[in-house]
Design a protein around this ligand. Sequence first.
Ligand code: CA
Length: 288
Amino acid sequence: MNRDRVAAQRNQLARIVILALSGMLGVGGLCLTAWGAKAREVGRGWRVKAAAAPITAAPAAAIVVTKTADTDGTCQSGVNCSLREAIKAANAQAGDDTINFAAGVTGTINLGGPLPDLSTNIEINGPGANLLTVRRNTGGNYRIFNISGGMTVKISGLTISNGISPGNDGDDTDGGGIFNLGALTLSYCSISDSYAPFGGGIFNKGAMTISNSTISGNTAERYGGGILNDFFSSPTLTITNSTISGNQTFLYEGGGIYGSGTLRITNSTISGNTAGSRNTAGVGGGAA
Ligand SMILES: [Ca+2]
């Protein structure tokens, strides 16, 4: 049986199905999709034509980081570009962005100051949490990543470490490693050794998904040593295949996670977290 005959039989079959549906629904001029072809009533007969490919804008080329040095100049993608310069370039250019790392960009990015907020839709694809760390080094107290409201951000394959929330008032007290106002997906990441009064590792005020990641060794003075899902803004947090361990609060609940809003945890380990001495609600050190 040749291809033309197969196609003819499929078209005939599509016609029968469509006619049957048209009859059932009593609808003429019905448009249905069958076997990837769009059938349309034309006059008294049927014509089957291939569906046109959707028209989409070409995605911007990925910005490629080439070094661990935290320089603050202009990114020459794939040639001479730091993570800081790549984020600046992504924020400055229209459209969604992707940041990749050239082969051999491994070890530690020691930051000399806060990175620009992630204020564009962006995907940052690290080489692996065991291969590349981004950490606060000099330049005062700051978080590692701030995700602006309304942005869709994906971060994978990085260790994010040693962040400290920048101040003692309002949102500045929230989130030592990451402060999320957008839609953030973290995968294959490690968030470690960070500090804030609220949400030592992560403070989530948006929509957040964490998978295949480790949140460890973070400290909050008050609530949510590892993660605080904000009290007031009804955030959503979904955690799968991850480990929340060795985090602590000095004072109140949620050594590992303090979960208000919507919190879903599946197939994850929450262990060895401790909550503070004024934990009068008697909630354990894990998820509160
Ligand atoms: Ca952009």
